[in-house]
Design a protein around this ligand. Sequence first.
Ligand SMILES: Nc1ncnc2c1ncn2[C@@H]1O[C@H](COP(=O)(O)OP(=O)(O)OP(=O)(O)O)[C@@H](O)[C@H]1O
Ligand SMILES: [Mg+2]
Length: 263
Amino acid sequence: MSDPAGRGLETRSLTVRYGGLVANSEVSISVRPGQVVGLIGPNGAGKTTFVDAVTGFTRCEGEILLDGVRIDALAPHLRRGSGLSRTWQSGELFGNLSVAENLLAAARKSGWATVVRDLFGRRRAGAGRDVVDSALAVVGLEDVADTLARDLTLGQQKLVGVARALAGGCEVLLLDEPAAGLDSMESQAFAARVRSIAEGNGSGQGPGILLIDHDMSLVLGVCDVVNVLEFGKLIFSGTPAEARTDPTVVAAYLGAPVEASHA
Ligand SMILES: Nc1ncnc2c1ncn2[C@@H]1O[C@H](COP(=O)(O)OP(=O)(O)OP(=O)(O)O)[C@@H](O)[C@H]1O
Ligand SMILES: [Mg+2]
């Protein structure tokens, strides 16, 4: 792979303390362009804390680099501006707004002037709308741009959440339990879409994606690399095949040996 070390996201000994609780302890993870990287672990292991720290919503020690440049001193909106985007675990859309309006509200490169122009004037022609349309195209939902968010299926809503994070482009996308609530068929379809986003939908390399989820088959099936957190510590980092048989992972998270369904 032509994937120079240093591109994408890298954390070095990222540590987060909430009073006496060490919610992340020296966590070093990288997410390279085009990769899907899993982050799993039991409830309270520190997965959301990791995303909060990386995106600037909670204080941390250690280093955070994007494309080799330290970003850990930047405010959250500047990290977003430099290409780091995320979804939220409680990733609700605004049900009474259309899908396009939900995305416009978050689009990275749309200044207020563009948003206002698009909402009240040239609804389909503005630059902001272009950003929306291309983000929806990435998740395969061009047809629902003008549908109210509340009228979408849950699977579509999840994908719109991803599109909202993608709007305006990003280098690295952090997805915090984006498939929660989907049934297994919807999860598989969702996973396939995540994979294809990382692969640039066939047009070359897409963003690096960090995927947090409790659904092991989803994570092991779609990720290139899996990281396992326990009590804030990274206890495993390796391929899904390695995770399935690693005694530490099996004991700490999988609970029982997982059948070797990998090729
Ligand atoms: N803002 C906060 N202040 C104090 N403690 C916090 C805060 N946020 C999280 N914690 C604690 O940090 C630990 C890690 O929480 P976190 O939400 O990161 O876990 P998680 O792995 O995302 O869990 P889940 O799978 O339930 O989403 C937990 O013990 C949690 O109670
Ligand atoms: Mg969480």
